[in-house]
Design a protein around this ligand. Sequence first.
Ligand code: SF4
Ligand code: SF4
Length: 126
Amino acid sequence: MSCTGSSRATLGDNRGLERKIAIVDEAQCIGCARCIEACPVDAIVGAQGYLHTVVEDWCIGCELCLPPCPVDCIDLASPTRTWTPALKGAAGERGRRRQQRLRASTVQSHDAESRKSILAALLERK
Ligand code: SF4
Ligand code: SF4
């Protein structure tokens, strides 16, 4: 697997177009992690406060990571490796797992009556 940076397209919608990948200019990256939040297939690795990079074989070229970058350090480039059906399938699987993860972490809001009950119970404890 090779690591580079960037590209544009949603899962599988770049048929007939030359595939591009995202590339991070690591000298400019400030480690804000906004690109990681935007990537639908978890193709970016890094941690808050550290430089980030794109895994070339995982990038589907959707470009969703470009707009959130506050220092505009993500660009598109031609891939150096062949995009295979296996890699495409793996990207789809990562996308599905990401969706599951996001759904699982959704904060459930309480309705108005529940909020009143919770608040009343909290006040009674004082
Ligand atoms: S959001 Fe992810 S898949 Fe899309 S171009 Fe950026 S790194 Fe590649
Ligand atoms: S959004 Fe840009 S600056 Fe922030 S971590 Fe990603 S590449 Fe680095």
